[in-house]
Design a binder for this molecule. Structure first.
Ligand SMILES: Cc1cc2nc3c(=O)[nH]c(=O)nc-3n(C[C@H](O)[C@H](O)[C@H](O)COP(=O)(O)O)c2cc1C
Length: 349
């Protein structure tokens, strides 16, 4: 199977969405794969001259990298469109590439038979056997209701519903170390989706249901996302990165774990001369900088070590055994860490 991945994220290989596309490809198994990273290419905007339909049929007058993308699409059996959602649509650079596909059509007017809009153009090439997969992450908590523009575009381009999709909300979690257990789980489901697609030509209903589950519940995600900007509520002042990180961690607190007892967790970043208190309460987990309460549990850790523990890069218990960080006071909070701050998914609302 020959697969072309068109990566439309301006972040290139650091794209959240591309991580999903790569997981999907893993599931496809043995493939011959080409990547077209739009951000690394020169793709000018279409000039609207229609020369590709008249003077130089099938060929654009602009000499840049768009021709390579067209050639690769003719080569591929499966085209994976991977991109972030930008203003409820595809990013501009990818839209430019899509506009530059005009040489792939013939100029004549045709009727559509799939009920998707009125009017179309026949393809210059036999694209009948090509399959399309559309993979995208977005920044809001859910993909639901935010992809109408994208679906409309691909319905018109590929034929109504004639493509497979993976749309994932809370996309920025794919770069949050503390969310790695959750995002790894999601990527595993995307991989399974790829496996099913290779076998059955579609993602099965069970995997589809898993892929539409939220990574984090709406409220937890939005608190976490708001904290992650590291700026004051008016968007002006920059917060210290240790405070931003601690707020992000506190946002992962699960209120349901409250057992009638408030707990004060103090975290001291020993090499940064910073300390914060997290109050694990009934209604949430506020973070304070004054450390005025008597803590139940104190974590004393170098900044770097705590980052690695929270991302799962090193195991917390092993790091303690190795003396990389220290715990004082009530140890039960540590024993029940996953219950308090664990990675619990939630159903799409
Ligand atoms: C210019 C711009 C517009 C965006 N528009 C939306 C949007 O309409 N809806 C949304 O949920 N997220 C939006 N986002 C967030 C991105 O979709 C999100 O951060 C995504 O995970 C980035 O994926 P990438 O790493 O693959 O580029 C926007 C981001 C930018 C920079």
């Amino acid at each position: 199977m020959k697969v072309l991945v068109i990566n439309g994220s301006p972040r290139g290989e650091k794209s959240n969405s591309l991580r999903l596309a790569v997981a999907f490809l893993k599931g496809l198994g043995e493939t011959e794969t080409r990547y077209f990273h739009v951000a690394q290419k020169q793709i000018a905007a279409c000039r609207g001259c229609f020369a590709c339909w008249s003077k130089t049929p099938g060929k654009c007058v602009i000499a840049d990298d768009a021709a390579e993308a067209l050639r690769d699409q003719l080569w591929a059996d499966v085209i994976v469109w991977s991109f972030p959602l930008y203003f409820y649509s595809v990013p501009g650079a990818l839209k430019n590439l899509i506009d530059r596909q005009l040489p792939m059509s013939l100029p004549f007017m045709t009727e559509r038979t799939d009920g998707c809009g009125n009017g179309g153009h026949p393809s210059r090439y036999d694209m009948g056997g090509k399959k399309h997969v559309v993979i995208s992450t977005c920044g809001f908590y859910t993909a639901e209701g935010n992809y109408d523009g994208v679906c409309s575009l691909f319905d018109h381009m590929c034929g109504a519903g004639n493509y497979e999709t993976v749309f994932c909300g809370e996309g920025e979690l794919f770069r949050v170390p503390a969310a790695k257990p959750l995002t790894d789980m999601y990527l595993e489901n995307v991989r399974r989706g790829g496996e099913e697609y290779a076998r059955d030509g579609r993602i099965g209903p069970e995997t589809r249901a898993k892929l539409s589950e939220l990574l984090l519940p709406k409220e937890v995600f939005e608190t976490q996302a708001n904290a992650s900007w590291g700026v004051s509520p008016d968007g002006q002042a920059k917060a210290d990165e240790t405070l931003t990180f601690t707020r992000q961690m506190a946002a992962m607190y699960r209120k349901e774990s409250w057992d009638g007892k408030d707990r004060v967790l103090e975290i001291r970043y020993t090499d940064r001369d910073r300390a914060y208190q997290l109050l694990l309460g009934k209604d949430g987990c506020p973070v304070t900088e004054d450390c005025a309460r008597t803590p139940d549990t104190v974590i004393e850790t170098p900044w770097d070590v705590w980052q690695q523990v929270s991302s799962g890069a090193i195991r917390g218990d092993e790091a303690i055994m190795k003396g990389l960080y220290r715990i004082a006071g009530d140890f039960t909070l540590m024993m029940r860490w996953n219950e308090f701050f664990g990675a619990g998914g939630a159903k799409q609302e």
